[in-house]
Design a protein around this ligand. Structure first.
Ligand code: SF4
Length: 339
């Protein structure tokens, strides 16, 4: 029998939490036809990430995954704005709210790192790879250039890359190699939390496997937290311990990866899982009918209601609360509210 329990949105965290996200709301302030508009990309999102785990964030394109990651990193430059919420990071035995920090760069790389989408293109084309490493090391560690270069050589070799790449310019490396360089840079100072935004999307399948393996090997070695954004549910199934499912800027379900795949609760999660191909099953897989909503003018109530075959009157009027179902399983849907 499923036990249903209303939970306080700001009190989702468990004891081994390293990052606690509460009521996070942010989006883009843009101008359309000379008028200001607000794209409500992340709305009242709540979740937590634990030490030594891979947490996946999944959902279709435009659901707010990448925006959420930028906000978690504190990379909030206009037009991206944060309206409310907390991103609490545990550093040693202290906690800080990343969004209230005056100098967020003080925690970047060392405590929290970010691998942006298409990161293979973020390297400065007129700098050799070694200059990227030396600059990163010297920003955070008080060493001279020679010592930083020595550290870079040792580090690059320790992750299985040739030290020769340090002398190359980015354009002299393949896309997969550039991706590995960016990941190596992001992990070099052993951050407690690594945010990776679609790290395998822009590379071919063979390179994808190597890039993922590199991320996972480092996560296991450092026993830190990898938050992995990918719309690829196959990757989610293979590498994550837990998954947050997002729809139209909302966190709609959070739980252990096995539970999400074996018994999806939210109608959107069910549709995502049902659309996946299965070996030996030749029945036609159907995609979800309809389109995600316009986030400048999202629908009232549950944002999924125009596409939901279970929608009830209350779904069209009121936002569903977050319901705790069993241990560390959360869903935001009126179907699970006892009335
Ligand atoms: Fe569907 Fe209603 Fe649940 Fe939204 S709250 S997913 S519309 S049943």
């Amino acid at each position: 029998m499923i036990k249903e329990e209303m939970v306080n949105r700001v009190a989702l965290a468990v004891s081994d939490t390293v990052l606690n996200v509460a009521n996070l709301t942010g989006g883009y302030s843009i101008i359309i036809n000379s008028n200001f508009a607000y794209v409500d990309a992340v709305n009242d999102v709540n979740f937590y990430a634990k030490n030594d785990e891979v947490l996946g964030i999944a959902g279709e394109s435009g659901c707010g995954k990448s925006t959420l990651l930028k906000i978690l990193y504190g990379y909030t430059k206009p037009p991206l704005i944060v309206k409310k919420g907390n991103v609490i990071l545990k550093i040693n035995e202290q906690t800080i709210d990343i969004l209230t920090l005056k100098d967020r760069t003080s925690i970047w790389w060392r405590y929290i790192s970010y691998i942006p989408q298409n990161s293979m293109n973020v390297l400065n084309p007129i700098q050799r790879i070694r200059e990227h490493f030396i600059e990163t090391i010297r920003t955070h560690i008080d060493v001279d250039i020679d010592e930083a270069y020595k550290m870079a050589r040792e580090y690059v070799e320790s992750v299985g890359l040739s030290k020769e790449i340090l002398n190359a310019y980015p354009h002299q490396l393949s896309g997969g190699m550039r991706q590995r360089v960016v990941i190596t840079l992001a992990l070099m100072l052993k951050p407690r939390v690594v945010l990776a935004d679609e790290p395998t999307t822009a590379v071919d399948v063979v390179v994808q496997r190597g890039v993922l393996q590199m991320l996972l090997d480092k996560q296991r070695e450092l026993r830190n937290t990898l938050i992995l954004v990918t719309h690829d549910m196959g990757v989610q199934a293979m590498v994550t311990n837990r998954i947050l499912i997002m729809y139209a800027g909302k966190g709609v379900e959070l739980g252990a990866t096995n539970d999400i795949f074996e018994d999806p609760l939210h109608p959107y999660t069910k549709a995502l899982i049902e659309s996946l191909p299965r070996i030996g099953d030749k029945t036609l897989r159907r995609g979800l009918a309809g389109q995600p909503p316009d986030l400048i003018n999202p629908p009232p109530g549950c944002r999924f209601h125009p596409r939901c075959s279970y929608a009830m009157d209350i779904c069209r009027r009121e936002e569903p609360p977050i319901i705790k179902i069993g241990k560390e399983r959360f869903v935001s849907c009126w179907l699970y509210v006892k009335r």
